[in-house]
Design a protein around this ligand. Structure first.
Ligand code: CA
Length: 232
């Protein structure tokens, strides 16, 4: 899962990024409206965490007044971009909340908030976005529940690290498709994070050990795919 974090407060941004990574989210962090606009124009994110009071960024930014994250949300929805957005803000008047939700926010969290509440809301929004009553992904004997982060082979629970889970989730979202190492790295790392060169192959190795070696196929130098083994 790839998140865009739009937050100008360095302390909050760093804390959120540090806390979300171990949960298996790749976090791209931008600190002004212009950078957020550019990111959303060029990449697809699974979810956006959006602060409201933001520097505008871009040319003339030094003299411009503080901009409003809601204008970015409005632009997204006007071009029918349905990327889920959770607004994070210190503004907590009921009018602000209504305005945020009316503009197309999927949820609204008032600072300061508990980190556990944020991750719970992220999962709830992602579940709703999928529109699934049963968000569980299945491939043959493997089931993966993005909401509870539980993986099973048959009826046996399998314990995965956050990053092993992220790799498996990416493969299970497109069963049978060949995903390149770069595509899988995209699910694991935010911008500017140092990518360990063999990380994906290490996680695939671990997944094979835990799920059964035959379940993940390799096309050497190209990528990985879930094999149709025991797929009913
Ligand atoms: Ca702010």
């Amino acid at each position: 899962m790839r998140l865009l974090l739009v937050e100008d407060d360095r302390m909050i941004g760093e804390a959120l990024r540090a806390a979300l990574r171990p949960e298996g989210f790749a976090v791209d962090w931008v600190r002004d409206l212009a950078a957020a606009r550019a990111a959303l124009g060029s990449e697809r994110f699974d979810l956006v965490l959006l602060d409201l009071g933001l520097p505008p960024g871009g040319p003339g930014a030094a003299t411009a007044p503080e901009a409003d994250g809601l204008s970015l949300l409005r632009e997204l929805r006007q071009r029918s971009d349905t990327t889920p957005v959770i607004v994070l803000t210190a503004r907590d008047g009921p009018g602000d909340r209504v305005r945020g939700l009316d503009t197309g926010a999927d949820d609204y969290l008032v600072k300061p908030f508990e980190f556990d509440e944020l991750t719970a809301r992220i999962r709830a929004v992602l579940r709703r976005q999928g529109g699934h009553a049963q968000p569980v992904l299945r491939h043959g004997a493997i089931t993966l529940d993005p909401a509870t982060r539980q993986v099973q082979v048959g009826s046996e629970p399998v314990l995965l690290s956050a990053r092993e889970f992220a790799v498996l989730e990416a493969l299970m979202q497109r069963p049978g498709a060949l995903l390149s190492r770069a595509q899988l790295e995209d699910k694991l790392y935010g911008w500017g994070e140092e990518i360990e060169s063999n990380a994906v192959s290490v996680y695939v190795h671990q997944l094979r050990r835990k799920l059964g070696a035959e379940r993940i196929g390799t096309v050497r130098g190209v990528g990985y795919f879930l094999t149709p083994v025991d797929a009913a």
